[in-house]
Design a protein around this ligand. Structure first.
Ligand code: ZN
Ligand code: ZN
Length: 135
């Protein structure tokens, strides 16, 4: 039997995320034993997040330290996550393809297969000089 006398679950609103959370009778009693009289102003998750954010974030392998958004890689179609909100007018790449993109953007020979045909006007001059340098 629970016997938290004088304590009743209370519904509180988190000041950080605005979510309602339960300040349970047990927690209230626990608070009381610690000499805390104020109700918590944040939900357990936000409290945990704040605690982790200050000192322990590294011990968790970083799954929640930055907000990740699901996305589909524009090149290989693999599901991936990116630390920003993906937009329709911007291709999103998984980490592998992102590295490839970066590599292929560097001025290397690379076989000259696909891509590279957009933005013809601005690139033209540069491409010419590259070409002359190289060939
Ligand atoms: Zn919260
Ligand atoms: Zn990919």
């Amino acid at each position: 039997m629970m016997s938290y006398e004088g304590y009743q679950d209370r519904i509180l609103t988190c000041r950080d995320c605005g979510q309602e959370f339960t300040f349970t009778a047990g927690e209230q009693e626990f608070f009381a034993t610690k000499g805390l009289t104020n109700a918590p102003s944040r939900c357990p998750e936000c409290r945990k997040a704040r605690r982790n954010g200050s000192s322990q974030q590294r011990s968790y392998g970083g799954s929640s330290e930055r907000e990740q958004h699901d996305a589909i890689c524009a090149t290989c179609g693999k599901a991936t996550t990116v630390p920003f909100v993906p937009r329709e007018d911007r291709p999103v790449y998984c980490s592998d393809c992102f590295q490839e993109q970066r590599a292929s953007r560097a001025p290397r020979s690379g076989g000259g297969g696909r891509g590279g045909r957009n933005g013809g006007r601005d690139r033209h001059d540069r491409d010419n000089s590259w070409d002359r340098d190289r060939w």
